[in-house]
Structures are given as C-alpha cells and as structure tokens.
Write a protein that binds this ligand. Structure first.
Ligand code: ARG
Length: 568
C-alpha cells in the first residue's frame, strides 16, 4: 500500500515533469499542522539551481499539480514552500484500507538484504551488566524491524568465551574455588575467583606465570582445563539464557569467539600471503598507512608469543558471515569504546576485496543519578539481573495499587510486561548516541513518553471494546467529522512512513516518538469524541479508529520488543 508521502512524491514528480522542470526536493510531513499535512521544498531547490524567484516556480508547480481528489488546493508559504493538506475523504478512505491490511500500511523493502546482526554478545565468567542492556535491547529492536521490513535477518550472539582471562579463571578454579558458593551463584563465584587470581598475579610473578601456563594448556586442549572452561561457559550461558527469557529475546545462532579458533592460523597466513599483514617486532601486524585515522594504529593479529587476538577472531567472523552464511550486510551493535577495533576490521575486509555493507552501530552510556556511569554503591557494574528483578518488583507495586482485585497470577504477568517494557522503552526512546540517566520514577511513570503511558493507551482501547460487549466489526464508512478524528486518522496513516526510516540510521527512537504522538492524538480524540454514546455512523467509525489505534500501538511496541497487557 503506497503511503501518502510516496503518493505525493509521485504526484510532485509528475507535476515537475509537466511543468518542464527537473526532479527536485522532497515531500515531508508538515512541521506545523496548521499549514497542512505535508510540504515540499521543490520550488526552493529549483530556484537556487536556476537563480529564479522561488514563489514564481512554486506557482508553476501548483499549476501542473494534479491533486484534485487528494488534497485541498495547495498553497504557497514563506519563501516558496508548497503546503499540502489532505482532504478528510482521502484520509478516511486510506484508514478504511488500513483496517483490512495486516501490515498496517508498512510495505516490504524493495531490495531485501541478507543481514546478520551481532548484538548483546556478553562475556563468559563475567556478569551481564546494565551496559549490556543497550546493545541487547537496541539490537533486538533493529532485528525485529528489519525482519518486518522483509529483510532476511540472522541474529548472532558473539559471546566472549575465549581469551587471556581464562588463564586467571582456571588458576582461580583450581586454587580458590568455593564449590558451595558456585552452586549458589555461579557467576558471582566465577568473578570472585577471577578477581582473586588477578590480584595474586599482579603481586606474585609465580602466580602470573602459573596463570599463563593454565592458558597455554587450555589452548593446547588439555582435558582438565578444557573441562573447566566448558563448565564455565555452560554456567554463564545458563545465566544469559535466564536474562534473555525475561527480556523475551532470542538468537538464531550463538557463535562464541571459540567457534573461530581453528580458523585463526589460516587467516594470518592468508593476510601475510596477500601482503596485507607483515611481521613487526616478532608479531604479525596489519598497518593502515593509507587510512588517515588509522595511520598510527596498526592491528596485531598474532602476538609475539604466537597467540591470536580479538581482531583475528573478528576477521574470521567476517569470513564466516559473508562466505558461510552468505550475508551481504553486517551490523554490529557494540559500544563506542570499540570504534577503533571495528574501523580496523572493516578496513581489512575492504583490502581483501569484500563488498559487504559493514555497519558499527554504537551507542552512549547509561548514567546514574550523579550523571556518572551507573554503578553500584561499591563501585561495581550493576548486574543486569538486579535491574530486571527490580523493574518487575516496582511495576508490581503499581499494579497492586491500581488493580488490587485482579487475580495474583494476572497481576504478576502484568507487572512483568510493564516493568521490562519500561526498561526497554527508556532505552529505545532515546537517540542511541545520547547518554541517559537511569531513573525508575521516570521510566515507570504513567505520564510522558514512557512504556506504561503507551501500554495504558492500549489498555484503555481494549476496555472500550470490553465495555461495548461487541466484537470489532469494520465500519461501513469512516467519517472524520472533527479535527481530532482527522488528526488521529492522519497519524495512523503515517505508520507506514515511519517504520522504514528507523533502519536508515538505526534509530528506534523515531518509532518510539511516533507511538508517543499517536497515543497523544488518541487521548485528545478520546476526550473530544464520545465513542460508545455517539450516533451512527460516527459510532462505528470511532470504534474503527480505536481498533486501528490499538493495532498500531501494539504492533509498534512489538517492533520495539515490548508487550502490551489487556488490563493494567
Ligand atoms: N564480547 C564483546 C564485549 O563484551 C562484544 C563483542 C562484539 N562483537 C564482535 N563481533 N566483536 O565487549
């Protein structure tokens, strides 16, 4: 189904051609609803190109514009903008069409991509902390939206399950492990033995050497060390899975770093042969002398001691994703501290002649009340588990206050939907690059741009239908008699315009803001227009607007990974 924006852009192109003008400018939603629904800057762009009067060109375009049934007569504003106001009948007809469309007006991408999204990607023997929220929640939303747009998406969890830290973990396991503590809280105990070994190693060279030997043995697949490593991975995975279950996040594949181990030697050899890598001070290194920002930042792909690096693993990962999985688009949702790393990886891929579209999707930090990185009282990272537990507990209090009569199990379920939704939405409603302050009160508020506000709008709609006791039946006719009805219907028609723009620059906040404005339009409509008590044909038409708003809210939130309750 063609969006209004696309339709008007097409009409504009026809008008320009008919007026003997070159294609120029674009059609965008109006910045101020008083001037209409859409506007175009075509005359301004052409005036500059031709050094002519913009208002005169705008008039030429108007003379050729064939918008008879679609819009009120267009007007010229300011320096030469053309304002377009859709006629209520046009909007009404489209609204009726949307009620029959299970994609709610969102077209599939014309050129579907084969994408792999690398997101979340936590590390074994370390707790998932609040910083992992952003990558996990953002990556999940982008995966959902890309899939809905018709792209072929593989979600990959690139777990950090290999690396030098395992020397310490294994030394700690053999010398410091408290089995009972491991049973009680595996990750906490793994972190404790890792820290313990690390502390000893910094003061005692003998321990440092012992840790190094444990690592070498692991790399040589010594059965005891390999067994300990396997157990650490399994314990951590159990913890990750528990978080993914609460968060309702799934992966198609989980290829940890260790998956690539036996490919690394071959990669170093290949890059050497191709003249991309060279030996420098005993290590194998890739220099980027021709890339300004990387000129003094070489990537080490084999260390002096023969060990491989994080970078080597990521080159192997590119091979796997492009050659084995046959992907043409690689998205990495990973924090900004790794910008340099990915620049290097992408530069190497380019030198190897790869043409895939590589994107590093970075994000800002989550801050505490003090505007510094969010930490616990003792200065540690806040474990993700604690955040999710607290979200549900706090939401539960709200549900108990609002709806004490609901059965216990239903309240528990609603609390989960609200609490987890609030945490996700607080993140996704921000532009990803901005740091934001983690505030329980704000994210759980029923007012403002929050998940509970949107969920509440949905619940209100469901309760209208419960009250009416009727199943929804599509109205024979949509009538947009009041400005509030027209405004709400216009917004509903824009869902199909908003969703595709999210993946242009990876900004789910565009969708979040749209849903917030939609909920606002719904509330204005609901205050101004009685629904169940109004006469036909308004009654059926208004019920249809309610129904469609409910569908768009719930689909939009679903694309952000957020559920809606039927009551709250
Ligand atoms: N495990 C890494 C970390 O926590 C993130 C991995 C990101 N993905 C990648 N292909 N390097 O920092």
């Amino acid at each position: 189904m063609e969006t209004f924006q696309a339709l008007l852009a097409r009409k504009l192109a026809e008008a320009l051609a008919a007026a003997g003008l070159a294609p120029a400018g674009s059609v965008t939603p109006a910045t101020d609803p008083r001037f209409g629904d859409y506007q175009t800057n075509a005359a301004l762009v052409l005036a500059k190109q031709l050094s002519e009067n913009p208002r005169a060109i705008a008039q030429k375009i108007l003379d050729a514009f064939d918008l008879r049934d679609l819009c009120d007569p267009p007007t010229i504003a300011g320096a030469g903008f053309i304002n377009l106001a859709l006629r209520p009948e046009t909007i009404a007809a489209k609204t009726a069409e949307l009620l029959q469309d299970d994609r709610l007006g969102v077209e599939k991408a014309a050129a579907p991509k084969r994408i792999v999204i690398d997101f979340g990607s936590p590390n074994v023997a370390k707790p998932m902390h609040v910083g992992h929220i952003r990558s996990t929640v953002l990556g999940d939303a982008l995966a959902r939206i890309a899939s809905f747009l018709g792209h072929d998406v593989i979600r990959d969890n690139h777990i950090g399950d290999w690396g030098t830290q395992f020397g310490m973990v294994i030394y700690g396991w053999k010398n410091l492990l408290d089995r009972a503590a491991l049973e009680r809280d595996p990750i906490a105990e793994l972190v404790r033995i890792y820290k313990g070994a690390n502390d000893l190693a910094t003061t005692d060279p003998a321990v440092r050497e012992a840790c190094r030997e444990e690592l070498v043995k692991l790399q040589a697949a010594d059965p005891e060390n390999y067994g300990i490593w396997t157990e650490c991975v399994a314990l951590s995975m159990r913890e990750f899975e528990a978080a993914y279950k609460i968060l309702d996040i799934h992966y198609d594949i989980q290829r940890g770093e260790s998956f690539y181990n036996d490919r690394l030697a071959g990669i170093v050899e290949r890059l050497m042969k191709a003249g991309i890598a060279e030996i420098s001070e005993g290590a194998v290194v890739v220099f980027f002398r021709d890339v300004v920002e990387l000129a003094d930042k070489p990537a080490i792909i084999r260390k002096k001691d023969g060990g491989f690096n994080y970078a080597t693993t990521d080159i192997a990962t590119v091979d796997y994703r492009v050659d084995d999985l046959r992907r043409d688009t690689l998205w990495y949702v990973v924090g900004a501290p790794q910008i340099l790393h990915f620049k290097q990886i992408f530069a190497i891929a380019k030198r190897e002649g790869r043409s895939a579209d590589f994107r590093h999707i970075t994000f800002g930090s989550i801050l505490g009340d003090d505007r510094k990185l969010m930490k616990t009282r003792s200065g540690d990272n806040v474990p993700l588990r604690d955040v999710l537990d607290e979200a549900v507990i706090r939401a539960r209090k709200l549900v108990d206050e609002k709806n004490p009569d609901l059965p216990e199990s239903e309240r528990a379920n609603i609390a989960k939907i609200i609490g987890i939704g609030a945490v996700k939405y607080a993140d996704l409603s921000q532009y990803r690059m901005t740091d934001y302050i983690f505030s329980w009160d704000r994210m759980l508020s029923f007012q403002g741009n929050t998940a509970p506000y949107l969920q509440n709008a949905y619940v209100r709609i469901r309760s209208i239908f419960r009250k009416s006791g009727e199943e929804f039946a599509p109205a024979k006719e949509i009538v947009l008699g009041t400005p509030e009805e027209k405004n709400l219907a216009t917004r509903l028609c824009q869902f199909g315009e908003v969703v595709p723009t999210v993946v242009n620059d990876f900004r789910p906040n565009i969708l979040a803001n749209y849903l917030f404005e939609l909920a606002n339009s719904f509330h204005s409509f609901y205050e101004a227009c009685p629904v169940l008590k109004s006469e036909e044909p308004a009654r059926s038409s208004r019920l249809a607007l309610c129904e469609l708003t409910g569908r768009v809210l719930s689909k939009g939130l679903d694309l952000l990974g957020i559920n809606v309750p039927e009551k709250m």
